[in-house]
Design a protein around this ligand. Structure first.
Ligand SMILES: C[S@@+](CC[C@H](N)C(=O)[O-])C[C@H]1O[C@@H](n2cnc3c(N)ncnc32)[C@H](O)[C@@H]1O
Length: 594
């Protein structure tokens, strides 16, 4: 759908009106662009579309969208200053031009930003404060992309990255290892502030009263409890991008398949690692990932070696053939602070399905902290590492993490926060934000395995949790039992549909003499809240809403809708850094009914 749209606009056969109708299917951040000229719509949509086309995950799409929204604010401010619109201003640079620029800050996606007058240049892998020589790449009417070719003057914020896989052509996981942690925090705080600026201005909020200082992570390496690696027969050789012509485009492969020319996988080039940014079809072998625990690296190396010796194939993203797809390693710490590890092999269905059993038995014996080895089978052609069927190869199908006095059990396809030390702080902040009284009834929307609701259950009368993943709801019910929580109930429902108005759910909220929920916690994925859910929340009128978000752009959009007609007051915004060395930021906002 999105590809068609770009094509139609590119060929210029589409009227602005029709383009606008089609635009409605795209994220709201893009919809805020006013449809005045076909050129400007095309510019933004094609940017978004090309990200999807390259096969990058949705999160990356969102990030790109934010960069654009940062950039569109720039355009808006030009208009506010009475300057000509971006589409009519003279572009001060040309593609291929080399020039020296000072890096002024970072945009939401993590790229450095510099300005020539009001014209924006986005430069990946740059550090704020650096003076860099760049070569200009793609040029748009109001911004351009550029690449660093030389650092002319270093920045006081530069640090030595610890990881050999870090870099412009590296694994694509960490973006900020070369920036001091304090500067990372400052930039993330500024990023949140930029997202909220419009809301503050329109609603007369005083920034100092609302924005709280960012909570940094006490540990910035070895903090991640989940890493997802990819098996591939296409090794990424750093610098490979320079020989673009050597790359086989998906169009060529599709053409070959149409002509029944089989696309051979190279079984000898078997790698296990991470996809570099912008290359969904290549994998960089990883020896040691510094943001995951040591034991996870040992397991990665063990699996790397043993699977490369096996007579099996890695999944090929073009031909969709091959067996091994992903290796997901998750860690947790139980009530006794013992490490519990889960290893999840994501594979295709097929004749090799029993192949991993002996390997898993050996792996389980080799590492005493492994509690669970599972195999998830999938037919998905996308990059999703969730399985349609699961088999246990060793131990059980779950691991357990202990947080705020609760033991939380989760299985391979359930969400769990990825920075455990910060999770404890995050939940503590949510608890304080909820400010519960014994008679309060809490609704924990997007509850996952019940983590937040169960941590709050002892502070209130009753908790309802809702999530769309059946496995997560089963775990939430089990977690309530394990922790002896009797005043919590978990419901399977899709919060993108109007299921909250279902009479059955409404009946649930009105029985046993329990009042309907008056405090709501929402913790949605990056896309934020669906408009029907926002309408429903406005109709339900909870006295307090605690909004936990991993995407400030959608959070601001949703808060603005919730605050419409002055129904709610924004009490505070608390940024928490759950993801050091990446551009991502978690934010907790509190709304109080007026
Ligand atoms: C960011 S996680 C939050 C989980 C939980 N609050 C926690 O702290 O572990 C988002 C959750 O939203 C759920 N989810 C995603 N889309 C949903 C939908 N349309 N309806 C209900 N739940 C959804 C996911 O399954 C996931 O558990």
């Amino acid at each position: 759908m999105h590809r068609h749209l770009s094509f139609n606009l590119a060929t210029g056969f589409l009227s602005s009106q029709r383009a606008f109708t089609l635009c409605k299917h795209i994220r709201k951040t893009i919809l805020t662009v006013k449809v005045i000229r076909k050129g400007s719509i095309f510019e933004r949509i094609s940017e978004y579309d090309s990200c999807r086309f390259l096969g990058l995950p949705v999160t990356t799409c969102c990030t790109t969208t934010h960069s654009l929204s940062d950039h569109s604010k720039e355009t808006d401010s030009k208009k506010a200053n009475g300057q000509s619109s971006s589409s009519t201003q003279k572009v001060p640079i040309r593609r291929g031009e080399e020039l020296e620029l000072r890096i002024q800050g970072l945009v939401s996606g993590g790229d450095g930003i510099s300005r020539i007058g009001r014209y924006v240049v986005m430069i990946p892998h740059a550090v704020p404060g650096q003076l860099v020589k760049v070569v200009i790449g793609r040029v748009r009417s109001s911004y351009a992309n550029a690449k660093v070719i030389q650092v002319v003057e270093q920045s006081p914020y530069e640090t030595e990255p610890v990881c050999e896989h870090f870099g412009q052509f590296g694994c694509g996981g960490c973006k900020f290892q070369h920036i001091s942690y304090n500067k990372q925090l400052e930039e993330k705080y500024q990023q949140v502030l930029r997202h909220y600026e419009g809301l503050f201005t329109r609603s007369n909020y005083i920034v100092e009263n609302v924005m709280k200082p960012i909570v940094g992570s006490p540990v910035i390496f070895g903090y991640r409890n989940k890493m997802e690696f990819t098996f591939s027969n296409r090794r990424w050789i750093p610098g490979d991008h320079l020989g673009e012509s050597k790359r086989i485009s998906s169009a060529v492969v599709e053409e070959n398949l149409r002509n029944e020319v089989s696309f051979k996988t190279n079984e000898e080039d078997f790698v296990l690692g991470l996809k570099p940014a912008g290359h969904f079809d290549k994998v960089l072998p990883i020896e040691y990932c510094h943001i995951q625990e040591t034991v996870a690296n040992e397991i990665l190396n063990w699996v790397q070696k043993r699977t490369s010796e096996m007579h099996t194939t890695a999944y090929d993203v073009y031909s969709h053939q091959g067996f091994l797809r992903n290796l997901v390693i998750r860690t947790a710490r139980n009530e006794r602070n013992e490490l519990e590890v889960m290893v999840n092999f994501v594979t295709s269905f097929g004749e090799d399905s029993s192949l991993l059993r002996p390997l898993a038995l050996e792996l389980g014996k080799q590492f005493s902290s492994i509690r669970s080895i599972v195999q998830n089978f999938t037919t998905s052609k996308g990059g999703a590492s969730k399985g349609e069927e699961e088999q246990v190869l060793f131990g059980c199908n779950y691991i357990q993490h202990y947080v705020l006095g609760r033991t939380l059990r989760f299985t391979a396809n359930c969400f769990f926060q990825t920075n455990p030390l910060q999770t404890e702080k995050l939940y503590q902040i949510v608890r304080e934000a909820a400010n519960l009284k014994v008679e309060d009834v809490v609704l924990d929307l997007f509850c996952g395995i019940g983590s937040i609701g169960l941590c709050l259950a002892s502070d209130c009368k009753y908790v309802y949790g809702i999530d769309v993943v059946e496995e997560a709801i089963q775990m939430a019910k089990l977690n309530a039992k394990i922790n002896g929580v009797r005043n919590a109930e978990f419901i399977l429902a899709n919060l993108e549909k109007s299921s909250l108005q279902d009479p059955e759910i409404q009946r649930l909220f009105h029985r046993n003499g329990i009042l309907p929920p008056n405090v709501v916690i929402v913790d949605p994925p990056r896309g934020g809240l669906h408009s029907t859910l926002i309408k429903w929340l406005r109709w339900m009128k909870p006295s307090r809403i605690v909004y936990v978000s991993c995407n400030p752009a959608t959070q601001v959009r949703d808060l603005e809708s919730l605050c419409l007609m002055q129904r709610y007051r924004l009490v505070s915004i608390q940024p928490v850094d759950m993801f050091p060395h990446t551009p991502h930021i978690e934010c907790i906002a509190i709304l109080e009914r007026i």
